[in-house]
Design a binder for this molecule. Structure first.
Ligand SMILES: Cc1cc2nc3c(=O)[nH]c(=O)nc-3n(C[C@H](O)[C@H](O)[C@H](O)COP(=O)(O)OP(=O)(O)OC[C@H]3O[C@@H](n4cnc5c(N)ncnc54)[C@H](O)[C@@H]3O)c2cc1C
Length: 323
């Protein structure tokens, strides 16, 4: 029987995996639930080379995901894939957690590492004519980066004003695709990306331009923009950002959820060490980091939260009367 205090981690992306590693090394018994059938989170959808993680040059997202997963699968943590938490309640000095299929777990502390999800076709819901589009006409989020070669010589409307949208436009343009990049407001992308897109002959930027209409025609998709442009494209790429996976937390945590705080966009608020407003509940990674969502920040925050848990629990376990 494992006598080490158990720590539950919800979410198996870089943040949750990093926390699992650190918690194991710090003398805890971590368990981790992941809603999908694989570990690695958003890395599994990052099809391009990820050149932002020191020492991992040329590795794609899925390759990094595999490296991280293999490390954790080597006995670091108990893992439940295809698993969700359905209820959390306090039970004495621990938490009692119900998982789907009525499985039960306990934990001295819980770490929320549920990340974000990309906004999809729902962002077009209010655009007149959007209902005339066919499923293959619109590609969202990470999928807009897959199979770019097939779009050589074609026309694409990329929607979004952040790094993802500009990177998508640039890759398409470099690939020989004609790209119109439209955003409602001014661009928020890195200066280098903005300059490269602006300079590329295959790109046309429509800043502060709303979509007025999208209509499927025989020769493509007709797009009307509020800057007066009317264009025909073969495909629409929606790169409209991400939102945190926090909407289910209120239901899961029941009365405890009253202590969780969120910002205006639904991101969990924590202190700088990863504590939420509920004692014993922590968060790390993109779910609480809208300023700097990235692999390295998620890894660092996971490690940081583990260290905080260790400090808090050591204090608590040593000060609590014998039970
Ligand atoms: C296309 C793309 C390209 C990117 N490129 C880069 C890059 O080049 N460099 C870089 O640094 N970053 C990049 N990122 C961002 C990077 O992947 C994320 O910042 C990082 O994965 C965040 O890690 P995380 O663990 O916080 O969240 P995530 O990776 O989102 O992982 C969260 C995990 O929690 C799971 N989950 C959610 N809800 C529940 C629940 N209720 N119960 C159980 N499990 C749950 C999810 O299934 C997921 O596996 C990219 C992301 C995308 C999508």
């Amino acid at each position: 029987m494992d006598a080490r205090p158990q720590i539950g981690i919800i979410g198996g992306g870089p943040a949750g995996l990093s926390a699992a590693l650190w918690l194991g090394n710090l003398g805890f018994s971590p368990w981790l639930v992941e809603a999908t059938d694989r570990l690695g989170g958003m890395l599994n959808l990052n099809f391009l080379g990820n050149d932002w993680v020191l020492g991992q040059r040329d590795a794609t997202g899925p390759e990094l995901a595999q490296r991280f997963s293999r490390h954790i699968e080597a006995g670091v943590a108990r893992l439940w894939l295809n698993t969700c938490v359905t209820h959390v309640e306090r039970a004495g000095d621990k938490f009692r957690i119900t998982l789907n299929e009525d499985r039960q777990a306990t934990a001295h502390a819980l770490l929320i590492a549920t990340g974000t999800r990309y906004r999809g076709i729902e962002v077009l819901a209010d655009v007149p004519g959007a209902a005339t589009l066919e499923p293959a006409d619109v590609v969202c989020g990470p999928w807009a980066f897959a199979g770019l070669n097939a779009l050589r010589g074609r026309r694409v409307l990329t929607i979004g004003g952040g790094d993802n949208a500009f990177e998508n436009a640039l890759l398409l343009a470099e690939n020989g695709t004609s790209v119109d990049l439209a955003m409602r407001s001014a661009s928020r992308a890195q200066a280098a990306l903005q300059e490269a897109v602006a300079a590329h002959a295959n790109c046309h930027v429509h800043a502060q331009a709303c979509l007025l209409e999208l209509v499927r025609r025989d020769d493509g998709i007709e797009v009307a923009l509020s800057d007066g442009c009317r264009i025909i494209v073969d495909r629409v790429h929606v790169l409209a950002g991400y939102e945190p996976n926090t909407s289910a937390l209120a239901e899961l945590f029941g009365p405890l959820a009253a202590g969780l705080a969120f910002d205006a966009n639904g991101y969990l608020r924590t202190d700088t060490a990863g504590r939420t407003g509920v004692g014993g509940v922590y968060a790390c990674g993109d779910v609480c980091n809208p300023e700097f969502p990235s692999v390295v920040a998620a890894l660092a925050q996971g490690a940081r939260a583990a260290r905080t848990i260790e400090r808090d629990l050591r204090q608590f376990l040593h000060s609590a009367p014998a039970r």
